[in-house]
Design a protein. Sequence first.
Length: 94
Amino acid sequence: MSTFRDICEARSLPHTSDDSWGGDITGAACDHLGATVRPNLFEGCSWVNEISDESHYDPKNPIRVRDGHVPLPIGPGLGLEVDEAMFGAPIAEF
């Protein structure tokens, strides 16, 4: 995604960093990418995760809209502490 961001920046194309209803993990990645877009080209992030509580994988710090903004999660990586038990047993392993 950073390559797409860079192409848009090189061409001065406004763009978004959208969550495709992937929950906190995808949302955190979109937030972090969005934070690297030049403000004059950034059209925002769509945030559909507020509609459902089913895709909050970090029970201590779910990503939420606060005062019209989604604060960046803090901490290593994407800033989430994912409760892996929520995913259950793997369907397949490769």
